[in-house]
Write a protein that binds this ligand. Structure first.
Ligand code: ADP
Ligand code: ZN
Ligand code: ZN
Length: 755
């Protein structure tokens, strides 16, 4: 197949990315052009030579053949950072399936005017000695908010306004008062201002808040990476370190050296773990050479940050998945922290995995890639044991007096036999009482995505379902308003009916345990305890998430009840008990990764206990104590978990042993969807037969309807990833030829969840 025409984008001047121009492919270039190839073309009235990139091919001209110009040549110029990003986009298109335009949009931020945003920051005006005096005064007056802000400012001097009012939960009245006292000033955010003056740096050093010294294990990890790097052996490393073992210090030390060599570094952090504490540590070391990206940035702001990266104004960028595409011209290192996190996979096409793309970008740029986790993904650990990645281990907590928690497993079946019908096992109740008496804090963790169970009629069993989706509605209370029934998939809401529409019974109730229920029960058992709850209902507002966490950190409550949102990242030194109320909730999801996810959540939850000098306990409540996932999590034994999980994945042919391609289809008309899926399955079978691809389906997705659209899926399995991409290519070409009305098809390689 040698294409006659190529669609080309001229100059990646970001806003024009959607606009392509068709050119003839001259015979001599027929076999040399690929998607992503940089070419020289005559452009405009004067036919001046411009460079452009091939984004697709076609057989037919879009208008009169005679008027279509010809590609002059393959571009032979210096390779700019854009070129390598385009190559990366071509890789993403090939590996994950999508159009080149969509892949380009993934790697290139769209240029957009930054609206006249006034970004503000809070700056400390007084020197360290004066600050110490003020601090003593605030403490005496019990002015806790002022004290809190001052402590933070003494550390870094300047903090952006949204963080002060959000994560630190300081009111504007407090800020005004402190401004009046001339302790702080609220000013326009100056990006390029030196964050630390020389004097301030000396101040910090004198106060002992300078560098932490790496311990022996950290040092080995750092030296290995840098030693290889200096020898020109850039590779991929897996840093496996228990919670609290000090992985961040390893990142910082390695980055420090790489930056000193004139290189740049990208640090990927899952959004949920992008805590103020982490950011502060990087700020302290790298000052204004580091920039933070978060998902709240507008497209324009993201573009602006990328421009600074390109111009060399910053050396380190920290952010979620999309920070991977920062156009650093001299990239030296990519860190992927919490590499097992599912948020590294894009939920939109192209459904790329940032870890895999990071490794590709590292290879292209000659940069090392450092993956870090307490509970590595089965894939990464498999590669590390294979020798594809170098394994580095941190086996103990970094702080001298901090040890891993004791873990108890409470068998809820036994509790029931002994007549305990409550939510809390005897062990958990006892330990809660003990901690409340000692004035220590407790976290109660419900292993579930933030909502209560479904609502049904207790008399006839009628379940209230969403009219647009094939799911049951869940119950919500918001503030003082009446109970509502809500759909978590499309947002549909209705008032909770007083009577069952089927049998007119008044006995309508929630089923299953939710965070609200846990809060109620805890309040009943311990009437004196102050309780905070964090779930989807209490975190609707922007920053609510951080505010709840910082209130808890400040000791404003004894117990924090929450969903998995509460287990990541934060370091509460006064928490000495973590109760996992129902460990099984994510274990029996119909999904090959549910055990891995549950193990990770239980390990992270256990990692929250005893971060400070006080000993920590963890209680895992379960109905399946003999499940390997619960057993190994209770023993905090990753290796044992991995062995069991590996055997299971190998047996049932799941990644990393076999690759899976999910072909997912959506359409409003169920019958049309079924017949289309059937035809596509036949084609896929034809294309894959000779290579031994296994096809499963088509079948209905687990949730067959969402938002009035029906959903079906086909799975393809093969040991060789490339065989699956070949089939995907043929499927894409097929889909392009026959525009199936209203049916949307997406590809998902090695999906992280089942459909
Ligand atoms: P991880 O990311 O591995 O869970 P962190 O990087 O958050 O661990 O470190 C846990 C705690 O240990 C932090 O409070 C950090 O300041 C501290 N820490 C890390 N390394 C050292 C060290 N070498 N000496 C003393 N404290 C350390
Ligand atoms: Zn009924
Ligand atoms: Zn719905």
């Amino acid at each position: 197949m040698s294409p006659k025409y190529a669609d080309i984008i001229i100059d990646i001047s970001h806003e024009a990315i959607d606009r392509t121009f068709q050119y003839k492919v001259p015979d001599r270039l027929r076999d040399k052009l690929q998607i992503g190839t940089k070419v020289s073309v005559p452009f405009g009235r004067g036919s001046h030579m411009r460079s452009g990139y091939v984004v697709s091919f076609s057989e037919n001209p879009v208008f009169e053949k005679e008027r279509i110009k010809e590609i002059a040549d393959i571009y032979e110029g210096a390779v700019a950072v854009e070129d390598s990003l385009i190559e990366l986009a071509a890789f993403i298109r090939e590996q994950y399936g999508s159009t080149m335009i969509n892949a380009l949009k993934t790697v290139m931020p769209i240029r957009e005017k930054v609206r006249g945003l006034t970004r503000r920051q809070v700056r400390l005006l007084i020197d360290r000695q004066k600050a110490e005096e003020k601090l003593a005064l605030y403490r005496k007056k019990n002015a806790r908010a002022k004290e809190r802000l001052l402590v933070e400012l003494m550390d870094v001097r300047v903090i952006s306004y949204p963080i002060v009012t959000g994560k630190l939960n300081i009111s504007s009245a407090t800020l005004k008062a402190m401004e009046k006292e001339q302790v702080i000033v609220i000013e326009e955010e100056g990006y390029d201002r030196e964050i630390f003056s020389e004097e301030e740096k000396r101040d910090d050093a004198l106060a002992g808040s300078g560098k932490e010294c790496p311990n022996a294990e950290q040092k080995t990890a750092i030296d290995t990476i840098l030693g290889d790097y200096e020898k020109g052996q850039q590779g991929t490393y897996l840093l496996k370190g228990v919670t609290g073992s000090g992985k961040t210090l390893v990142y910082i030390e390695v980055i420090d050296r790489i930056v000193a060599m004139g290189k740049q570094a990208i640090v990927l952090i899952p959004e949920i773990a992008l805590t103020y504490q982490t950011v502060k540590r990087f700020r302290k070391r790298f000052g204004n050479r580091v920039t933070i990206m978060n998902s709240r940035l507008s497209k324009g702001e993201r573009y602006e940050q990328f421009e600074k990266a390109k111009k060399g104004e910053v050396s380190v960028i920290i952010g979620p998945r999309s920070a991977l595409f920062a156009p650093f011209p001299n990239l030296g290192l990519i860190v992927v922290d919490e590499e097992h996190e599912t948020s590294y996979k894009s939920e939109y096409p192209p459904k790329y995995h940032a870890r895999e793309v990071a490794i590709k970008r590292g290879q292209m740029a000659g940069a090392s890639v450092l993956l870090g986790s307490a509970t590595p993904s089965v894939e990464s650990y498999y590669h590390a044991l294979n020798g594809d990645y170098k394994l580095l281990t941190l086996s103990k907590r970094a702080k001298e007096d901090s040890a891993l928690a004791r873990v108890f497993v409470a068998d809820m079946r036994e509790e029931l036999k002994r007549g305990n019908r409550g939510i809390f096992s005897n062990r958990l109740q006892e330990l809660m009482r003990d901690r409340l008496d000692a004035g220590q804090q407790i976290m109660l963790f419900l292993n579930r995505r933030g909502h209560t169970g479904f609502i049904s009629c207790r008399s006839c069993g009628h379940v209230f379902k969403c009219p647009h989706c094939d799911v049951s509605l869940t119950s919500h209370f918001s503030g003082t308003s009446r109970e509502k029934l809500v759909c978590h998939y499309c947002g549909y809401e209705q008032k909770r009916p007083a009577l069952c529409p089927e049998c007119q019974s008044r006995y309508i109730g929630g089923f299953g345990v939710g965070t609200q229920k846990v809060e109620e029960e805890a309040a009943k058992l311990f009437p004196g305890a102050k309780i905070l709850r964090m779930d989807m209902d209490t975190t609707r507002n922007k920053d609510a998430h951080e505010q709840i966490l910082s209130r808890f950190a400040n000791g404003e409550a004894d117990i924090l009840v929450g969903t998995q949102m509460i287990v990541k990242g934060h370091d509460f030194s006064n928490v000495t008990l973590v109760g996992v109320v129902a460990a099984d909730l994510t274990l029996f999801e119909n999904d090959y990764r549910s055990a891995e996810r549950t193990f990770d959540l239980l390990t992270q939850a256990a990692g929250r206990a005893g971060r400070g000098s006080l000993k920590g306990d963890v209680v895992i409540q379960t109905y399946a104590p003999e499940h390997y996932c619960i057993e190994t999590a209770a023993g905090q034994d990753y290796q044992a978990f991995y062995e069991a999980e590996k055997a299971y994945r190998e047996l049932l042919a799941y990644p990393p042993f076999t690759h899976v391609l999910a072909v997912f289809m959506e359409q409003e008309d169920y019958d049309a969807l079924c017949s289309f899926a059937g035809r596509l399955a036949e084609k896929l079978t034809d294309w894959g037969e000779h290579t031994g691809v296994r096809l499963i389906g088509p079948c209905d997705a687990t949730i067959v309807k969402i938002n009035d659209r029906y959903r079906r899926v086909i799975y393809l399995k093969h040991k060789d990833y490339a065989e699956l991409t070949k089939i995907k290519d043929r499927a894409e070409a097929f889909l392009e030829r026959r525009t199936q009305k209203g049916c949307q098809v997406t590809f998902d390689f090695d999906p992280l969840h089942s459909y």
